[in-house]
Design a protein around this ligand. Structure first.
Ligand SMILES: [Zn+2]
Length: 175
């Protein structure tokens, strides 16, 4: 099974328009009505795409109707989603700092996403997560202020990608 190759690919559940916890009966009913509406013999126009749709439905049904195959498929789906959560893992030391606000109180950290926009977080947000930023000469020092986690996940400002940023005490971000 090749999962996770293409993030936008429909899942078998989406192909059959059923929920992921749907019962066998529910899936069978959806499969039957989907087949009725997409069987190549029943559709004259756009022959090609209807054939393709028909095959997809068949494949989805083959897997979801078989309890064992369905378990394997579900596990694969879960794994591919976990991979999909974060695009990259970076260290806070890889980020750029910008100091804003009166007296340089707020420090903003940036890291460019592959879409061109940025993953960003500021020192106020980091503080609520238990990390402090301290300006120290020509760099910013990271202090762990009782954070339970060693990383934070940041969403991109524009696209759906996220990045996991490793944060730890004594990490230095050059200014
Ligand atoms: Zn992005």
């Amino acid at each position: 099974m090749h999962l996770g190759e293409n993030c936008v690919e429909e899942t078998y559940y989406e192909i059959l328009s059923v929920k992921e916890d749907a019962s066998y009966e529910k899936i069978r009913n959806s499969y039957r009505s989907a087949i009725l509406h997409s069987h190549p013999d029943k559709i004259n126009s756009s022959r090609c795409s209807s054939d393709e749709k028909f095959l997809k439905i068949q494949k989805a049904w083959e897997v979801l109707s078989d309890a064992e195959l369905r378990v394997v498929y579900d596990n694969g789906l879960r794994c591919s989603r976990q991979d999909g959560i974060t695009a990259d893992e970076i260290s806070i030391e890889d980020m750029s700092v910008e100091i804003n606000g009166e007296g340089g109180i707020i420090m903003e950290l940036f890291y460019q996403c592959r879409c061109g926009d940025y993953f960003s977080v500021d020192s106020t947000e980091l503080e609520t997560m238990g990390f402090g930023l301290l300006r120290d000469g020509d760099c910013v020092l990271v202090r762990r202020l009782g954070a339970f986690v060693a990383s934070v996940v940041l969403p991109c400002g524009s696209c759906s990608l996220k990045t996991r940023v490793l944060v730890d005490s004594d990490m230095k971000i050059p200014l």
